[in-house]
Write a protein that binds this ligand. Structure first.
Ligand SMILES: Cc1cc2nc3c(=O)[nH]c(=O)nc-3n(C[C@H](O)[C@H](O)[C@H](O)COP(=O)(O)OP(=O)(O)OC[C@H]3O[C@@H](n4cnc5c(N)ncnc54)[C@H](O)[C@@H]3O)c2cc1C
Length: 379
């Protein structure tokens, strides 16, 4: 595997790197401290077309490879993990339409979502259905000319800010996975109540909400075919896990870069911190895990581009990269000593931001279930 990207893709990734460094990085601490939604950063990314980096050119996207997309998401997360989280949640919504929608729905929603005119949210999780979304209780009952939706979703990123929410609900509760369908809910639909933003440990510039739904949607809101929602969501999450892995690389990279500078600048006794072998071994461990995580992420991305099944690869990359981000950010904070624990430096934010990577879009335990099932089923 070469993981090469072409010249156009390189130019896009370089442009994302520079916007991330120039605009996103400057805002990251401000968002975190004040718990402000990262709108300014999303607008900057929208202006350069990045809100559709996951989409084909036919729908207003860049049509870049997943390897290039992973590199762009890594760059964004290295500067502002909250922005990367809001952006990748938007990708879950647009991927849902791309995978499950009719041609008319794709043409109607995707170009405007790609340009940054519209922000999306992806509503799958419920209070009683997280790791096992098939347990969901939200129902959509068919009525004359439409659907009556009743239920609750929680922890939905971007939900209140979003111009549309892709919502998953049971249309045939007795049919298990096959009884789940997806719907597109435009902003302003009456009968939806949003909670205040949840108080989160990290990613404080990216907001999550609980939604109470008792609303009516027209027939045209059904995404693609009735009963195809679960298959769509699983395919969307396969793709999303590569993006969470790329986000993990970004946060770990930022922690790694801070550490490399710090150990040169910090004097301990007569020597800089980098002169101690314990420090050197720690940096070597951090680097090795980060590089291994990057290779797994790009391998999953390349498999996705080749059109082969990549559930095993995306779960493996997500598991390893998320755990790696936990290890690297913690080691980086340790190398910074007490300075790392003080909020003047971004180290403690990296640790907090990295913690969710082992939980959302399938916990580490869920990734292990996917990986082991895939290995055992292929024998
Ligand atoms: C910041 C944030 C953003 C989010 N954004 C979104 C979003 O935009 N859209 C959305 O739909 N959801 C979103 N979520 C929800 C997220 O995907 C879920 O929290 C996650 O899937 C885990 O579900 P849960 O919280 O219900 O945990 P649970 O399913 O209750 O899991 C609890 C524990 O049990 C373990 N466990 C579960 N099943 C098994 C098993 N079979 N074997 C062994 N262990 C098991 C889990 O690994 C975990 O450790 C978000 C969550 C957060 C915190």
């Amino acid at each position: 595997m070469s993981f090469e990207i072409n010249e156009t893709e390189r130019a896009i990734v370089d442009a994302v790197e520079s916007v991330s460094q120039d605009i996103l990085k400057a805002q990251a601490q401000h968002y975190d401290e004040n718990e402000i939604f990262c709108q300014e950063s999303l607008t900057a990314l929208g202006e350069m077309g990045c809100m559709g980096i996951n989409l084909p050119e036919a729908y207003g996207g860049f049509g870049v490879s997943s390897v290039a997309m992973s590199q762009a998401v890594e760059a964004i997360a290295a500067s502002c993990a909250s922005t990367a989280s809001a952006l990748t949640a938007h990708f879950l919504a647009t991927d849902s339409i791309l995978i499950g929608g009719t041609e008319e729905q794709k043409n109607s929603w995707l170009p405007r979502a790609a340009s940054g005119e519209l922000l999306g949210a992806f509503a799958l999780t419920e209070p009683a259905a997280g790791s096992n979304p098939a347990d969901m209780r939200t129902v959509a009952k068919r009525e004359t000319d439409g659907w009556h939706i009743q239920g609750n979703k929680h922890y939905i990123t971007n939900a209140r800010e979003a111009d549309f929410i892709v919502l998953y609900a049971k249309t045939a509760p007795s049919e298990g996975h096959n009884g789940i369908s997806a719907f597109i809910i435009p902003k302003g639909t009456s009968g939806i109540t949003f909670s205040s933003p949840e108080k989160t440990m990290g990613l404080r510039g990216s907001t999550i909400y609980e939604l109470a739904l008792d609303c009516w949607l027209p027939d045209s809101a059904l995404l693609g075919k009735e009963g195809h929602g679960f298959a769509t969501a699983m395919e969307v999450l396969d793709r999303g896990r590569v993006e969470v892995a790329a986000m993990s690389l970004g946060i770990a990279r930022a922690a790694m870069e801070s550490s490399l500078q710090w150990v040169q600048d910090r004097q301990i006794g007569s020597k800089p911190l980098m002169a101690y072998q314990g420090t050197q071994w720690c940096l070597a461990d951090m680097h090795t895990r980060l590089q291994a995580a990057r290779m797994l992420t790009w391998q999953a991305a390349e498999k996705r581009d080749s059109g082969q099944r990549f559930s095993l690869d995306s779960a493996t990359a997500k598991l390893f990269a998320a755990e790696c981000a936990g290890f690297v950010t913690d080691a980086a904070l340790q190398l910074h000593g007490g300075y790392g624990y003080i909020r003047d430096l971004p180290l403690e934010r990296y640790v907090r931001d990295a913690r969710i990577l082992r939980i959302f879009e399938g916990t580490s335990e869920v990734q292990k279930i996917i990986i082991s099932r895939s290995l055992l089923n292929s024998r």
